[in-house]
Design a protein around this ligand. Sequence first.
Ligand SMILES: *[C@@H]1O[C@H](CO)[C@@H](O)[C@H](O)[C@H]1NC(C)=O
Ligand SMILES: *[C@@H]1O[C@H](CO)[C@@H](O)[C@H](O)[C@H]1NC(C)=O
Ligand SMILES: *[C@@H]1O[C@H](CO)[C@@H](O)[C@H](O)[C@H]1NC(C)=O
Length: 194
Amino acid sequence: MHKWILTWILPTLLYRSYFYIIFLVGTISLACNDMTPEQMATNVNCSSPERHTRSYDYMEGGDVRVRRLFCRTQWYMRIDKQGKIKGTREANNNYSILEIRTVAVGVVAIKGVESEYFLAMNKSGKLYGKKVCNEDCNFIELIEENHYNTYASAKWTNKGKEMFVTLNRKGVPMKGKKTKKEHKASHFLPFAIS
Ligand SMILES: *[C@@H]1O[C@H](CO)[C@@H](O)[C@H](O)[C@H]1NC(C)=O
Ligand SMILES: *[C@@H]1O[C@H](CO)[C@@H](O)[C@H](O)[C@H]1NC(C)=O
Ligand SMILES: *[C@@H]1O[C@H](CO)[C@@H](O)[C@H](O)[C@H]1NC(C)=O
């Protein structure tokens, strides 16, 4: 008699807790969907796995990444001995080795490892190299939907419109005021140094 009850009751109990767990999981994910963006930001468990892998990749090697910035116009960003900013086609040119340092959330400073000049943009939107970093050297780094990164001056805008780091078809930086987020010239892939 006892045996019979146990074998009958146990599966039922398990079955019930199974539904209970499903119910719990359901309410948790519902709770996540109902959250405001502010809450989402603090609740890490609600973000998608993709975001997680992304942010790990981003933080690789602490808050400093050594990369080559390859523009969608097929030029590598290069900062030469004189601090001049220009593109190069050479994949191994050592003036294109850049240190990308996170200085605030979403804000980076980019330094040429060989030349020791920082990438900078002045108020007029002119890209130049700067030995001592100031606010001209701060750029907002964004991963765009097409998986390319854009870099907009964190300090200067053109009447409220962002000014981007670019390399045009000839490998020359454009005037900041003429740049747009949508331009191929503003799109960069950060390549790890092999
Ligand atoms: C997220 O999940 C982990 C375990 O996976 C847990 O330790 C942590 O408390 C959870 N955080 C939040 C904010 O729910
Ligand atoms: C950069 O290139 C120059 C000339 O090709 C070479 O002398 C120098 O050692 C290189 N520097 C690095 C860090 O690879
Ligand atoms: C920005 O740099 C360019 C080129 O060096 C210069 O002509 C211009 O006056 C500078 N603008 C400002 C606001 O410093």
